[in-house]
Design a protein around this ligand. Structure first.
Ligand code: SF4
Ligand code: SF4
Length: 389
């Protein structure tokens, strides 16, 4: 399977929110001009011939305003029509207006937003009033039929409330995707909110257990991605593929970086859209070489791991951030990945061998409908759900 081609556009690093653990906002950041969007189109026109996903990320991308999206979207959609672009947006939704929602709806743009659980837990780590402002934007988005899903960041503090947080998402009927709070390359106190790798592993296994007991009552995207990766033996999200070969981010001033997480950090500039660098140019930049060094490190350090094909050593940013820019190892979340991937692999193997026969997806679905066959808590409940899609 080919790595998906993904371009992240960062219209600004500014953000009206002040989340305690955030490392990606910069109040003095400029806003990307439409001329830079035109340069992006020219750069990408002959850059690569694969279908492209373009995600507007931040900072807070809606700070760029309605006019920016009204101009940028047709330029990208029409100028890159041969790449069949699809779009996505990551936003806290505070600045969502009916006007912006109309523009996004025209391009069927799904929105990923951020909410860390019920109001009290969320506002404790994202700031007072955050929950209500995001909910107001959510209502506007839904009134315009925009699909919204939420990323829930678990910190060292909110980990203790994991049951309450999952119950909240389940009750709302919202898909759930989780992120562990990370140390940052930018922070002076990088680890204060960060979820430890061991706790992150326990959290993933906790989610796996809750999900396999009752997969119809909630959608936990991380578990779907992990189980799918094990089944097809190939990662399906950036963390579990060689992202350096397929993902780039463009900052507000047109500089190119390996990913949104590096935007604004001089040492990770790979080039500028105005000079139309090709993939080799980006790969040969200092930043590109560091990312390639990470890949080589994974090939040697993870060579004995049974999960290497669908884990690929995790996220290079996570590996680089704690060491202040050096590549001294693989993603420190290895402990978490190994924990949950061992659980998934062992459960699938155990259930397959104990049943001696694997029912077809159709049989599994029919057995579930009749309430027979697989026991309530079975990883095959998740496998079946994924396969039936
Ligand atoms: S650096 Fe990490 S977050 Fe960024 S694309 Fe790669 S895996 Fe994803
Ligand atoms: S689980 Fe750990 S050792 Fe195995 S591939 Fe992933 S990062 Fe490497």
């Amino acid at each position: 399977m080919k790595s998906p081609f993904h371009i992240m556009i960062i219209p600004t690093l500014g953000c009206p929110s002040r989340c305690s653990y955030c490392w990606s906002s910069d109040a003095k950041s400029p806003v990307m001009t439409i001329d830079t969007i035109r340069e992006i189109v020219e750069w990408l026109r002959d850059f690569r011939n694969d279908q492209v996903t373009i995600t507007f990320h931040g900072g807070e991308p809606l700070l760029a305003g309605a006019e920016y999206f009204r101009e940028a979207l047709p330029l990208l959609a029409e100028g890159l029509s041969h790449l069949h672009p699809t779009f996505a947006l990551q936003s806290n939704l505070w600045l969502m207006t009916p006007e912006i929602a109309d523009i996004l709806a025209e391009y069927h743009i799904p929105i990923g937003s951020s909410l860390d659980g019920p109001r009290e837990i969320n506002d404790q780590q994202r700031g007072k009033g955050y929950f209500d402002r995001t909910m107001r934007g959510y209502e506007v988005a839904r009134e315009h039929d925009l699909a919204v899903s939420f990323i829930c960041t678990f910190t060292a503090g909110s980990y203790a409330f994991r049951e309450e947080i999952v119950a909240f998402f389940r009750e709302k009927g919202w898909n759930m995707k989780i992120h562990p709070a990370l140390p940052s390359l930018r922070s002076h106190d990088p680890a204060v909110w960060a979820l430890s790798p061991a706790d992150y592993g326990d959290l993933l296994v906790f989610l796996l257990n809750m999900y396999q007991d009752d997969p119809e009552s909630i959608e936990i995207m991380n578990v779907n991605d992990l189980v799918k990766g094990v089944m097809i033996r190939q990662g399906t999200v950036c963390t579990f593929v060689d992202c350096m070969d397929s993902t780039y981010a463009v900052g507000p001033d047109g500089r190119i970086y390996p990913c949104y997480r590096f935007v604004g950090i001089d040492e990770y500039t790979m080039g500028h859209v105005s000079t139309r660098p090709c993939t080799e140019d980006l790969k040969n930049s200092d930043a590109g070489q560091r990312l390639q060094a990470f890949k080589q490190r994974v090939d040697s350090e993870c060579s004995g791991c049974r999960h290497i094909r669908y884990c690929r050593g995790g996220c290079p940013y996570n590996a680089i951030a704690p060491s202040g820019g050096e590549i001294n190892g693989i993603d420190p979340h290895c402990i978490a990945y190994r924990h949950v991937l061992d659980e998934i692999t062992n459960r699938i193997d155990g259930e397959m061998y104990s049943s001696c026969m694997i029912p077809s997806p159709f049989q599994m679905s029919s057995m579930q409908k009749r309430g027979k066959g697989y026991k309530k808590s079975s990883i095959m409940n998740i496998v079946s759900k994924i396969v039936m899609r």
